[in-house]
Design a protein around this ligand. Sequence first.
Ligand code: NDP
Length: 288
Amino acid sequence: MTARIVDGKVLAERLNAETAVKAAAFTKAHGRAPGLAAVLVGEDPASEVYVRRKVKATVAAGMVSIEHKLPAETPEAEILALVHRLNDDPKVDGILFQLPVPKHIDAGRVIDAIDPDKDVDGFHVVNAGRLAVGFDGFVPCTALGCMLLIGEAGTRLEGAEAVVVGRSNLVGKPVSQLLLRRHATVTMAHSRTRDLASVCRRADVLIAAVGRPRMIQADWIKPGATVIDVGISRIEEGGRRRLVGDVAYDGAVQVAGAITPVPGGVGPMTIACLLQNTLRAAERRSGT
Ligand code: NDP
């Protein structure tokens, strides 16, 4: 039997449609649309593509997109001053600081300067702390997207063995916290984990957030498991460039119970969750 393919594109479209309805209601009630400011420093081509997609999705959901594209050599002090202006701007509900940034900028310092209640990426230490202690805050969008995909797969989390491969602040740590919150038994694996294959084989839910193309083989997967593949790597194959995940998909699809494809799995969910977070920020700030 082959796995159920959990289609992130379809789920993201559904979420975006729901967000658009709620954004229209917000606009009607408050006389302004929710606003998302994006700050992009330098000319990293991948970041430009991501920001363009985010802007397009924001506008399509009926929200206001405010873009700040700054030259690579912009001094950190100028970026911090911009962040403070955005924090004080009542029309801005969410602030997105696109990573990576040029070397002379301390990304941590800039993220620290963002008002935690406008930190729709959920990267601020205050929001990481809120997540860790179970308070209401903003959760990183990719981690939220993983949880929605698990929900879509119909996987029961209470008491389940969940293995998260990767421990970044962006994905691995927040998704582990969310799984724990849903009463899964969570193992976080990383580059120093011994016998990763047998750790993965225990998983009823396996989340791969590494960035190594097809590292996770079919025989690392427990039959019937739910597999969420966060990894995105660009590889050359058969004379063409393609995007692949951390999971060796063709074999894994024969073993897993449910699996997300790459592309078209976690990727579209990340932007859908960013829009949801922006709407939530607007609602929270307006007291609704
Ligand atoms: P990081 O590079 O920050 O983290 C990678 C993690 O993988 C680290 O914890 C690292 O361990 C672990 N790791 C590296 N090599 C191995 C190995 N051989 N065995 C086990 N673990 C290993 O990456 P991110 O978390 O930012 O992203 C992970 C992947 O997800 C990337 O491919 C990225 O492109 C993708 N991504 C996709 C998104 C989407 O929207 N779909 C959004 C964000 C990321 P250690 O800590 O020990 O070094």
